[in-house]
Ligand binder design. Sequence first.
Ligand SMILES: NC(=O)c1ccc[n+]([C@@H]2O[C@H](COP(=O)([O-])OP(=O)(O)OC[C@H]3O[C@@H](n4cnc5c(N)ncnc54)[C@H](O)[C@@H]3O)[C@@H](O)[C@H]2O)c1
Length: 396
Amino acid sequence: MTQSTIRLGVAGLGRAFSLMLPTFLADARIELVAACDPRPAARAQFEKDFSASVYETIEQLAADPALDAVYVASPHQFHAEHARVAARHGKHVLVEKPMALSLDECDRMIASCAEAGVHLIVGHCHSFDSPYLKARALVAGGEFGKVRMIHALNYTDFLFRPRRPEELMTDEGGGAVFSQAAHQIDVVRLLAGSRVTRVRAALGAWDPSRPTEGAYSAMLWFEDGAFASLTYSGYAHFDSDEWTGWIGEMGNAKDPENHGAARRRLRTLESPGEEARLKAAGTYGGPDYKPPAAGAAPGTPALHQHFGPLIVTCDRADIRPLPSGVLVYGDDVRQHHPLPAPAVPRFEVIDELVAAVADGVPPLHDGAWARATLEVCLALLASGREQRDVVLPTRA
Ligand SMILES: NC(=O)c1ccc[n+]([C@@H]2O[C@H](COP(=O)([O-])OP(=O)(O)OC[C@H]3O[C@@H](n4cnc5c(N)ncnc54)[C@H](O)[C@@H]3O)[C@@H](O)[C@H]2O)c1
Protein backbone atom coordinates (compact mmCIF):
# COMPACT_ATOMS: atom_id res chain seq x y z
CA MET A 1 0.00 0.00 0.00
CA THR A 2 1.21 3.51 -0.63
CA GLN A 3 -0.52 6.26 1.20
CA SER A 4 0.89 9.74 0.99
CA THR A 5 -1.05 11.34 3.86
CA ILE A 6 -1.57 10.06 7.37
CA ARG A 7 -4.80 11.23 8.98
CA LEU A 8 -3.75 11.77 12.56
CA GLY A 9 -5.73 12.09 15.78
CA VAL A 10 -4.05 13.55 18.85
CA ALA A 11 -4.65 12.32 22.40
CA GLY A 12 -3.47 15.06 24.75
CA LEU A 13 -3.02 18.68 23.65
CA GLY A 14 -0.24 19.71 26.05
CA ARG A 15 3.43 20.60 25.76
CA ALA A 16 4.40 17.50 23.78
CA PHE A 17 1.70 18.26 21.21
CA SER A 18 2.81 21.90 20.93
CA LEU A 19 6.41 20.75 20.37
CA MET A 20 5.25 18.45 17.55
CA LEU A 21 2.85 21.01 16.10
CA PRO A 22 5.46 22.79 13.90
CA THR A 23 6.17 19.36 12.39
CA PHE A 24 2.51 18.52 11.80
CA LEU A 25 1.90 21.94 10.26
CA ALA A 26 4.92 21.88 7.96
CA ASP A 27 4.88 18.24 6.86
CA ALA A 28 2.40 17.69 4.04
CA ARG A 29 2.28 13.98 4.88
CA ILE A 30 0.30 14.72 8.07
CA GLU A 31 -3.31 15.82 8.26
CA LEU A 32 -4.59 16.67 11.74
CA VAL A 33 -8.16 15.44 11.75
CA ALA A 34 -9.20 15.06 15.39
CA ALA A 35 -8.08 15.32 19.01
CA CYS A 36 -9.17 14.50 22.52
CA ASP A 37 -8.36 16.24 25.78
CA PRO A 38 -10.30 16.65 29.02
CA ARG A 39 -9.55 20.42 28.94
CA PRO A 40 -12.40 22.26 27.17
CA ALA A 41 -10.10 25.20 26.30
CA ALA A 42 -7.70 22.90 24.45
CA ARG A 43 -10.54 21.25 22.55
CA ALA A 44 -12.01 24.60 21.55
CA GLN A 45 -8.61 25.83 20.33
CA PHE A 46 -7.99 22.69 18.28
CA GLU A 47 -11.45 22.83 16.72
CA LYS A 48 -10.87 26.47 15.80
CA ASP A 49 -7.30 26.00 14.51
CA PHE A 50 -7.95 22.89 12.40
CA SER A 51 -11.72 22.76 11.78
CA ALA A 52 -11.37 19.25 13.13
CA SER A 53 -13.36 16.93 15.40
CA VAL A 54 -12.73 17.11 19.13
CA TYR A 55 -13.60 14.63 21.84
CA GLU A 56 -13.34 14.35 25.59
CA THR A 57 -12.04 10.78 25.72
CA ILE A 58 -9.64 8.47 23.93
CA GLU A 59 -12.48 5.97 23.33
CA GLN A 60 -14.38 8.56 21.28
CA LEU A 61 -11.25 9.66 19.43
CA ALA A 62 -10.09 6.15 18.60
CA ALA A 63 -13.55 5.24 17.30
CA ASP A 64 -13.45 8.06 14.72
CA PRO A 65 -13.32 6.32 11.31
CA ALA A 66 -11.54 9.32 9.75
CA LEU A 67 -8.22 8.47 11.47
CA ASP A 68 -5.34 6.27 10.34
CA ALA A 69 -3.24 6.78 13.45
CA VAL A 70 -3.32 8.23 16.95
CA TYR A 71 -0.50 10.31 18.43
CA VAL A 72 -0.64 9.57 22.18
CA ALA A 73 0.71 12.70 23.86
CA SER A 74 -1.16 12.39 27.15
CA PRO A 75 0.79 12.17 30.44
CA HIS A 76 2.94 9.02 30.89
CA GLN A 77 0.45 7.20 33.11
CA PHE A 78 -2.13 7.11 30.27
CA HIS A 79 0.18 5.92 27.47
CA ALA A 80 -0.47 2.22 27.93
CA GLU A 81 -4.26 2.49 28.05
CA HIS A 82 -4.47 5.04 25.24
CA ALA A 83 -2.23 2.99 22.95
CA ARG A 84 -4.29 -0.12 23.62
CA VAL A 85 -7.59 1.66 22.92
CA ALA A 86 -6.22 3.11 19.67
CA ALA A 87 -4.97 -0.31 18.56
CA ARG A 88 -8.29 -1.95 19.43
CA HIS A 89 -9.92 0.46 16.99
CA GLY A 90 -7.40 -0.47 14.30
CA LYS A 91 -5.38 2.76 14.50
CA HIS A 92 -1.60 2.89 14.22
CA VAL A 93 0.02 4.29 17.34
CA LEU A 94 2.68 6.97 17.72
CA VAL A 95 3.19 7.28 21.48
CA GLU A 96 5.37 9.81 23.27
CA LYS A 97 8.29 8.77 25.42
CA PRO A 98 8.55 7.23 27.93
CA MET A 99 6.59 4.38 26.37
CA ALA A 100 4.88 3.61 29.71
CA LEU A 101 5.69 3.32 33.40
CA SER A 102 6.22 -0.44 33.69
CA LEU A 103 7.47 -3.29 31.53
CA ASP A 104 4.13 -5.10 31.93
CA GLU A 105 2.39 -2.10 30.39
CA CYS A 106 4.91 -2.14 27.51
CA ASP A 107 4.27 -5.84 26.93
CA ARG A 108 0.53 -5.26 26.81
CA MET A 109 0.94 -2.36 24.37
CA ILE A 110 3.15 -4.46 22.09
CA ALA A 111 0.69 -7.37 22.23
CA SER A 112 -2.37 -5.17 21.53
CA CYS A 113 -0.73 -3.56 18.50
CA ALA A 114 0.49 -6.91 17.17
CA GLU A 115 -3.00 -8.45 17.59
CA ALA A 116 -4.60 -5.50 15.81
CA GLY A 117 -1.97 -5.57 13.03
CA VAL A 118 -1.05 -1.91 13.57
CA HIS A 119 2.36 -0.28 13.97
CA LEU A 120 3.57 0.99 17.32
CA ILE A 121 6.21 3.75 17.19
CA VAL A 122 7.55 5.48 20.27
CA GLY A 123 8.49 9.10 19.75
CA HIS A 124 9.32 11.83 19.49
CA CYS A 125 12.53 10.93 21.26
CA HIS A 126 15.83 12.70 20.59
CA SER A 127 17.30 9.51 19.15
CA PHE A 128 15.30 10.46 16.01
CA ASP A 129 17.49 13.57 15.57
CA SER A 130 19.50 13.49 12.33
CA PRO A 131 22.94 14.13 13.91
CA TYR A 132 22.58 10.97 16.04
CA LEU A 133 21.31 8.96 13.08
CA LYS A 134 24.25 10.25 11.00
CA ALA A 135 26.74 9.39 13.79
CA ARG A 136 25.19 5.91 13.97
CA ALA A 137 25.60 5.52 10.20
CA LEU A 138 29.26 6.61 10.43
CA VAL A 139 29.88 4.05 13.18
CA ALA A 140 28.06 1.36 11.21
CA GLY A 141 30.29 2.12 8.20
CA GLY A 142 33.08 0.38 10.12
CA GLU A 143 35.90 2.82 9.21
CA PHE A 144 36.39 3.89 12.83
CA GLY A 145 36.25 0.48 14.46
CA LYS A 146 34.14 -0.53 17.42
CA VAL A 147 32.33 1.80 19.79
CA ARG A 148 34.25 1.63 23.07
CA MET A 149 32.83 4.41 25.24
CA ILE A 150 30.16 7.13 25.19
CA HIS A 151 29.77 10.16 27.43
CA ALA A 152 26.48 12.07 27.46
CA LEU A 153 25.68 15.09 29.56
CA ASN A 154 22.81 17.53 29.82
CA TYR A 155 22.20 20.44 32.23
CA THR A 156 18.80 22.11 31.91
CA ASP A 157 15.99 23.83 33.86
CA PHE A 158 13.78 20.72 33.63
CA LEU A 159 12.79 20.55 37.31
CA PHE A 160 11.85 24.22 37.51
CA ARG A 161 9.42 24.33 34.61
CA PRO A 162 5.81 24.75 35.81
CA ARG A 163 4.46 21.35 36.89
CA ARG A 164 1.35 19.66 38.16
CA PRO A 165 1.90 18.02 41.60
CA GLU A 166 2.09 14.45 40.21
CA GLU A 167 4.92 15.45 37.87
CA LEU A 168 7.04 15.96 40.98
CA MET A 169 6.37 12.43 42.30
CA THR A 170 8.52 9.64 40.90
CA ASP A 171 5.99 6.91 41.68
CA GLU A 172 3.48 8.74 39.49
CA GLY A 173 5.98 8.92 36.63
CA GLY A 174 7.50 12.26 37.61
CA GLY A 175 11.13 13.32 37.59
CA ALA A 176 14.20 13.35 35.42
CA VAL A 177 14.55 9.60 34.98
CA PHE A 178 11.18 8.88 33.32
CA SER A 179 11.10 12.11 31.33
CA GLN A 180 14.72 12.89 30.51
CA ALA A 181 16.76 9.68 30.86
CA ALA A 182 14.24 8.24 28.40
CA HIS A 183 15.86 10.51 25.76
CA GLN A 184 19.47 10.14 26.88
CA ILE A 185 19.37 6.35 27.22
CA ASP A 186 17.67 6.02 23.83
CA VAL A 187 20.37 8.13 22.14
CA VAL A 188 23.20 6.24 23.84
CA ARG A 189 21.69 2.82 23.03
CA LEU A 190 21.27 3.86 19.40
CA LEU A 191 24.94 4.85 19.16
CA ALA A 192 26.31 1.89 21.12
CA GLY A 193 24.39 -0.56 18.96
CA SER A 194 24.54 -3.25 21.62
CA ARG A 195 22.30 -4.47 24.45
CA VAL A 196 22.64 -2.88 27.90
CA THR A 197 23.64 -5.61 30.34
CA ARG A 198 24.36 -3.73 33.58
CA VAL A 199 23.51 -0.38 35.16
CA ARG A 200 24.88 1.51 38.15
CA ALA A 201 23.30 4.84 38.99
CA ALA A 202 23.15 7.60 41.58
CA LEU A 203 20.04 9.77 41.82
CA GLY A 204 19.78 13.37 42.98
CA ALA A 205 16.58 14.68 44.61
CA TRP A 206 17.92 17.71 46.40
CA ASP A 207 15.05 20.19 46.56
CA PRO A 208 12.44 19.23 49.18
CA SER A 209 9.85 21.46 47.53
CA ARG A 210 10.27 19.49 44.26
CA PRO A 211 10.87 16.05 45.76
CA THR A 212 11.38 13.92 42.64
CA GLU A 213 14.75 13.25 41.02
CA GLY A 214 16.14 16.33 39.31
CA ALA A 215 19.48 14.72 38.53
CA TYR A 216 21.24 11.43 37.96
CA SER A 217 24.54 9.96 36.91
CA ALA A 218 24.68 6.46 35.51
CA MET A 219 27.14 3.99 34.07
CA LEU A 220 25.83 1.55 31.48
CA TRP A 221 27.69 -1.52 30.29
CA PHE A 222 26.90 -3.11 26.94
CA GLU A 223 27.03 -6.73 25.81
CA ASP A 224 29.91 -6.06 23.41
CA GLY A 225 32.12 -4.57 26.14
CA ALA A 226 31.42 -0.87 25.48
CA PHE A 227 30.41 1.38 28.36
CA ALA A 228 28.72 4.75 28.72
CA SER A 229 28.33 7.46 31.31
CA LEU A 230 25.17 9.56 31.42
CA THR A 231 24.76 12.67 33.55
CA TYR A 232 21.73 14.90 33.80
CA SER A 233 20.88 17.87 35.98
CA GLY A 234 17.59 19.73 35.73
CA TYR A 235 18.35 22.11 38.60
CA ALA A 236 18.38 25.25 36.46
CA HIS A 237 21.87 26.52 37.19
CA PHE A 238 24.39 25.70 34.43
CA ASP A 239 22.80 25.31 30.98
CA SER A 240 24.87 22.88 28.90
CA ASP A 241 23.50 24.45 25.71
CA GLU A 242 26.40 26.87 26.34
CA TRP A 243 28.61 23.97 25.20
CA THR A 244 26.51 23.52 22.05
CA GLY A 245 27.01 27.08 20.85
CA TRP A 246 23.84 28.29 22.63
CA ILE A 247 21.70 26.13 20.36
CA GLY A 248 18.87 24.69 22.45
CA GLU A 249 17.24 21.28 22.48
CA MET A 250 14.79 22.35 19.74
CA GLY A 251 17.56 23.54 17.41
CA ASN A 252 16.71 27.12 18.41
CA ALA A 253 19.15 29.94 19.24
CA LYS A 254 19.12 30.63 23.00
CA ASP A 255 19.77 33.85 24.87
CA PRO A 256 22.36 33.41 27.66
CA GLU A 257 20.90 36.51 29.34
CA ASN A 258 17.80 34.46 30.21
CA HIS A 259 19.79 32.74 32.93
CA GLY A 260 17.61 32.01 35.99
CA ALA A 261 14.28 32.68 34.24
CA ALA A 262 12.68 29.36 35.24
CA ARG A 263 13.44 29.85 38.96
CA ARG A 264 12.39 33.51 38.88
CA ARG A 265 9.04 32.57 37.40
CA LEU A 266 8.39 29.89 40.03
CA ARG A 267 9.31 32.28 42.84
CA THR A 268 6.32 34.44 41.96
CA LEU A 269 3.92 31.55 42.76
CA GLU A 270 2.46 30.85 46.15
CA SER A 271 1.14 27.28 45.98
CA PRO A 272 1.28 24.06 43.94
CA GLY A 273 -2.27 24.86 42.80
CA GLU A 274 -1.12 28.19 41.45
CA GLU A 275 1.76 26.45 39.66
CA ALA A 276 -0.63 23.96 38.07
CA ARG A 277 -2.84 26.85 36.95
CA LEU A 278 0.19 28.65 35.49
CA LYS A 279 1.07 25.49 33.58
CA ALA A 280 -2.48 25.13 32.25
CA ALA A 281 -2.58 28.83 31.26
CA GLY A 282 0.61 28.43 29.21
CA THR A 283 -0.50 25.17 27.58
CA TYR A 284 -2.23 24.91 24.19
CA GLY A 285 -5.67 26.52 24.49
CA GLY A 286 -4.68 28.47 27.62
CA PRO A 287 -4.76 32.29 27.68
CA ASP A 288 -0.93 32.62 27.91
CA TYR A 289 -0.08 29.95 25.33
CA LYS A 290 2.78 30.85 23.02
CA PRO A 291 3.92 28.40 20.35
CA PRO A 292 7.39 27.07 21.33
CA ALA A 293 10.48 28.21 19.44
CA ALA A 294 11.41 25.57 16.90
CA GLY A 295 14.38 25.77 14.56
CA ALA A 296 16.60 28.79 14.25
CA ALA A 297 15.84 32.44 14.87
CA PRO A 298 14.88 34.38 11.72
CA GLY A 299 17.95 35.19 9.66
CA THR A 300 20.12 32.42 11.13
CA PRO A 301 20.65 28.96 9.63
CA ALA A 302 18.23 26.25 10.84
CA LEU A 303 19.89 23.66 13.02
CA HIS A 304 19.07 20.22 14.33
CA GLN A 305 17.56 19.32 17.67
CA HIS A 306 19.76 17.61 20.26
CA PHE A 307 19.91 16.33 23.82
CA GLY A 308 23.11 17.84 25.14
CA PRO A 309 26.84 17.37 24.61
CA LEU A 310 27.79 13.81 23.71
CA ILE A 311 30.95 12.08 22.49
CA VAL A 312 31.37 8.57 21.14
CA THR A 313 34.82 7.02 21.37
CA CYS A 314 35.63 4.37 18.78
CA ASP A 315 38.89 2.53 18.14
CA ARG A 316 40.04 5.04 15.52
CA ALA A 317 37.99 8.20 16.17
CA ASP A 318 36.04 10.28 18.63
CA ILE A 319 32.68 11.29 17.15
CA ARG A 320 30.58 14.28 18.26
CA PRO A 321 27.01 14.74 17.01
CA LEU A 322 26.27 18.50 16.89
CA PRO A 323 23.24 20.61 15.88
CA SER A 324 25.01 21.34 12.57
CA GLY A 325 26.17 17.82 11.73
CA VAL A 326 28.78 15.40 13.04
CA LEU A 327 32.43 16.10 13.91
CA VAL A 328 34.86 13.22 13.58
CA TYR A 329 38.28 13.43 15.23
CA GLY A 330 40.16 10.64 13.46
CA ASP A 331 43.75 9.37 13.72
CA ASP A 332 45.01 12.07 11.35
CA VAL A 333 42.18 14.40 10.39
CA ARG A 334 39.33 16.25 12.00
CA GLN A 335 36.34 16.20 9.68
CA HIS A 336 32.95 17.93 9.84
CA HIS A 337 30.08 16.06 8.19
CA PRO A 338 27.50 18.84 7.73
CA LEU A 339 23.82 17.98 7.63
CA PRO A 340 21.36 19.84 5.44
CA ALA A 341 19.20 22.26 7.39
CA PRO A 342 15.96 20.59 8.47
CA ALA A 343 13.11 22.17 6.47
CA VAL A 344 10.65 20.55 8.88
CA PRO A 345 11.64 20.05 12.52
CA ARG A 346 11.38 16.42 13.67
CA PHE A 347 10.67 15.28 10.09
CA GLU A 348 12.48 12.06 11.07
CA VAL A 349 9.48 10.99 13.17
CA ILE A 350 7.14 11.41 10.20
CA ASP A 351 9.62 9.59 7.94
CA GLU A 352 9.47 6.58 10.25
CA LEU A 353 5.69 6.74 10.68
CA VAL A 354 4.99 7.05 6.95
CA ALA A 355 7.50 4.35 6.05
CA ALA A 356 5.79 1.98 8.49
CA VAL A 357 2.15 2.82 7.70
CA ALA A 358 2.46 3.36 3.96
CA ASP A 359 5.23 0.97 3.00
CA GLY A 360 5.33 -1.57 5.82
CA VAL A 361 8.93 -0.74 6.77
CA PRO A 362 9.51 -2.00 10.33
CA PRO A 363 10.15 1.06 12.52
CA LEU A 364 13.44 1.47 14.37
CA HIS A 365 11.67 2.97 17.39
CA ASP A 366 9.15 0.17 17.79
CA GLY A 367 7.68 -1.19 21.01
CA ALA A 368 10.50 -3.63 21.68
CA TRP A 369 13.08 -0.87 21.20
CA ALA A 370 11.35 1.54 23.56
CA ARG A 371 10.62 -1.19 26.12
CA ALA A 372 14.37 -1.77 26.35
CA THR A 373 14.91 1.94 27.04
CA LEU A 374 12.27 1.92 29.77
CA GLU A 375 13.94 -1.16 31.24
CA VAL A 376 17.16 0.85 31.59
CA CYS A 377 15.23 3.81 33.12
CA LEU A 378 13.73 1.46 35.71
CA ALA A 379 17.19 -0.03 36.34
CA LEU A 380 18.55 3.48 37.00
CA LEU A 381 15.85 4.02 39.63
CA ALA A 382 16.44 0.61 41.25
CA SER A 383 20.21 1.01 41.21
CA GLY A 384 20.08 4.49 42.73
CA ARG A 385 17.57 3.57 45.40
CA GLU A 386 19.20 0.28 46.38
CA GLN A 387 22.82 1.40 45.80
CA ARG A 388 23.75 -1.64 43.76
CA ASP A 389 24.52 -2.73 40.22
CA VAL A 390 21.42 -3.89 38.34
CA VAL A 391 22.01 -6.69 35.86
CA LEU A 392 19.46 -6.74 33.04
CA PRO A 393 18.01 -10.10 32.05
CA THR A 394 18.63 -11.54 28.60
CA ARG A 395 15.32 -11.83 26.73
CA ALA A 396 14.50 -15.02 24.85
N1 LIG B 1 9.37 14.35 22.96
C1 LIG B 1 9.38 15.46 23.64
O1 LIG B 1 10.18 16.37 23.39
C2 LIG B 1 8.39 15.63 24.77
C3 LIG B 1 8.26 16.88 25.36
C4 LIG B 1 7.31 17.05 26.35
C5 LIG B 1 6.55 15.96 26.76
N2 LIG B 1 6.74 14.75 26.19
C6 LIG B 1 5.95 13.59 26.63
O2 LIG B 1 4.60 13.82 26.28
C7 LIG B 1 3.71 13.36 27.28
C8 LIG B 1 2.83 14.53 27.74
O3 LIG B 1 3.67 15.46 28.40
P1 LIG B 1 3.36 17.02 28.34
O4 LIG B 1 4.58 17.71 28.83
O5 LIG B 1 2.77 17.38 27.02
O6 LIG B 1 2.24 17.13 29.44
P2 LIG B 1 1.19 18.28 29.59
O7 LIG B 1 0.72 18.16 30.98
O8 LIG B 1 1.73 19.56 29.09
O9 LIG B 1 0.03 17.87 28.58
C9 LIG B 1 -0.74 16.71 28.72
C10 LIG B 1 -2.05 16.95 28.00
O10 LIG B 1 -2.80 15.73 28.09
C11 LIG B 1 -4.11 16.06 28.51
N3 LIG B 1 -4.68 14.90 29.17
C12 LIG B 1 -4.69 14.57 30.48
N4 LIG B 1 -5.39 13.44 30.67
C13 LIG B 1 -5.81 13.05 29.45
C14 LIG B 1 -6.60 11.97 28.99
N5 LIG B 1 -7.05 11.03 29.83
N6 LIG B 1 -6.87 11.87 27.67
C15 LIG B 1 -6.39 12.80 26.80
N7 LIG B 1 -5.65 13.86 27.19
C16 LIG B 1 -5.36 13.97 28.48
C17 LIG B 1 -3.95 17.26 29.42
O11 LIG B 1 -5.16 17.98 29.59
C18 LIG B 1 -2.89 18.04 28.67
O12 LIG B 1 -3.46 18.87 27.68
C19 LIG B 1 4.59 12.82 28.40
O13 LIG B 1 4.63 11.43 28.33
C20 LIG B 1 5.96 13.43 28.12
O14 LIG B 1 7.03 12.60 28.50
C21 LIG B 1 7.63 14.58 25.20
